[in-house]
Design a protein around this ligand. Sequence first.
Ligand SMILES: [Zn+2]
Length: 298
Amino acid sequence: MRLFCLLGTVMLACVMASVLAVDVAHAAVPAGVRVVRQDIRPGGFWLAEVPSGSAVTVANRPVPVVDNRVLVGFDRFAGPRVWVKICPPTPTPCGVQTLVLEPRTYATQNVKNIAKAHVNPDPVQQARMARDNAATAAARRAAMAATIRPAAEAGVGFAMPFVQPAPGAVTGVYGSRRAYNGQERSWHKGIDFANPTGTPVVAPADAVVRLARDTFMSGNLIMLDHGAGLTTVYAHLSRMDVQPGQLVKAGERLGAVGTTGRSSGPHLHWGMYWHEVAIDPAGWLPPRRPANGVARNP
Ligand SMILES: [Zn+2]
């Protein structure tokens, strides 16, 4: 009998623990939280207005609140649930927004006709790549350090509707595993738009230019800082027409499409990062409407 009681107590404790976990996950969302835009799947994001003076955390990590707006990005492997804890100023209690991510699968894409050096770089090229990566990381750190800025300041565009930075057919999508000349490498962190060399590339939203650099793998590479930890990159450009520190407005020219770096033909590689997490730019664009009428992002 005592053994049954002990088992019963353990089971009750387990049930209580799971009920408590559910309670935490479904704590009421504070009044005043309003979704601005979202793409609730791995690689997506959640952009919302929160009550003035709120503190926001995800997995106990503070997330900057800029002009009462908060941006949360999800990595390629995120989910199935993400909990955003929102604490308005006292006496309003904290609430939790539960985001249930749609499952997502990724294909493998083989890219052919890549120069051998860009698949198996030699030690000199690897050293150059290390310098490129350090410069890119420093630019991204500078963007992250500057997250607390009023949106009224020029160059903070994360809350704006985004425009597509270049026209063209989508030839590469976010998240796909990539093989170059048949050798598998890491996954694809962005979207590719194919277009002839010289096609203008424009800023999708207001930003500060953080980097404009000739790199080994990404070719001519520009990084924009849109505020709230959101940065975008433009790779393989044939030319760069902006300088680090420059403010750019949505639609302003950054450079032109090219095929510099590890590239098999003229295209724009457009990447997006929430802090250091590579997210999918597709969810930031208006849905595409193909002939069958079904709205779909690339
Ligand atoms: Zn690409």
